[in-house]
Design a binder for this molecule. Structure first.
Ligand SMILES: O=P(O)(O)OC[C@H]1O[C@H](O[C@H]2O[C@H](CO)[C@@H](O)[C@H](O)[C@H]2O)[C@H](O)[C@@H](O)[C@@H]1O
Length: 255
């Protein structure tokens, strides 16, 4: 992978950023997540830099991502939701069509899992476009959390073995699409016509994108954990500092 100097000089840069844990601190109530002030400033600086596009690439459903990212209709930020299964590209129509048969299975399985979750107070089943997430962050009884995790796994292995299972921070997600953040980066790279990509993320699902980066790209891991990224930053604030530097140096390099 390349370094910051090459990223600053590249002709057309795509900065693709995971949202939860990368721009926004992890919080107990998922819908109250918002960008940290330093991350917000860094994103604004990138948007003001020449030939620089910004995308949020999230496991959130697109609708929820729009809310927590406070994404307005006139925003130039590209969005990839559901780990790359749905997109909002400014100026392009959004494809919202779902097969009614998939919706019926999704809703039935989620209702079954909601019943199982009654045995684990503090858990929450997040409805998602292509499935659901089992949140365990606020389950205080570790045995109940483990029991819920195992019972949902057993139900899904039996009822929908082809669904993709993903593990995140205090969440297990199940989806009937296989799309990953690697596909999201590939699609956004093409849409933007990027000559290089910076991708930053903090979680296991971000490693799909980080592993897919090429020699002219730069991967950044936020926080601990095994990673394919070439750069690691400690936290959101350190990431914001790196992104702000890229933005300011891209402005300076074109003057
Ligand atoms: O790809 P991301 O943007 O990082 O989204 C991953 C999941 O983020 C959300 O859950 C995580 O953040 C919550 C709010 O801070 C936190 O309560 C939870 O424990 C984390 O797992 C979101 O709710 C999921 O749908 C996303 O897939």
């Amino acid at each position: 992978m390349t370094d910051l100097t090459d990223i600053v000089r590249t002709h057309r840069l795509l900065v693709a950023l995971d949202f939860d844990g990368t721009l926004s601190p992890l919080v107990d109530d998922p819908m109250s997540a918002r960008m940290a002030p330093a991350a917000r400033s860094a994103v604004e600086a990138l948007l003001a830099a020449p030939d620089t596009a910004v995308a949020f690439v999230s496991g959130r459903s697109l609708g929820d991502l729009r809310i927590i990212a406070e994404h307005s209709d006139d925003s130039p930020i590209l969005l990839a939701g559901s780990h790359g299964a749905e997109y909002l590209i400014p100026g392009a129509p959004v494809d919202e069509a779902l097969d009614p048969a998939d919706v019926e299975v999704r809703d039935r399985l989620r209702a079954d899992v909601e019943k199982l979750a009654e045995g684990a107070p503090g858990s929450w089943i997040e409805p998602k476009t292509f499935g659901f997430g089992v949140h365990l962050r606020t389950v205080t009884d570790a045995t109940a959390a483990e029991r819920l995790r195992a019972s949902v796994d057993a139900l899904m292995a039996d009822a929908a073995p082809h669904w993709r299972r993903r593990q995140g921070h205090d969440i297990v997600e199940y989806a009937f699409t296989d799309a990953g953040k690697d596909a999201a980066v590939a699609h956004l790279r093409e849409v933007v016509g990027a000559t290089a990509v910076v991708f930053a993320g903090d979680d296991l699902t971000d490693e799909d994108a980080l592993r897919s980066l090429g020699p002219d790209d730069l991967g950044i891991r936020v926080g601990a954990g095994e990673t394919a990224a070439s750069v690691r930053v400690a936290d959101i604030e350190e990431l914001a500092a790196v992104l702000s530097t890229v933005a300011h140096e891209r402005v300076a390099s074109r003057q």
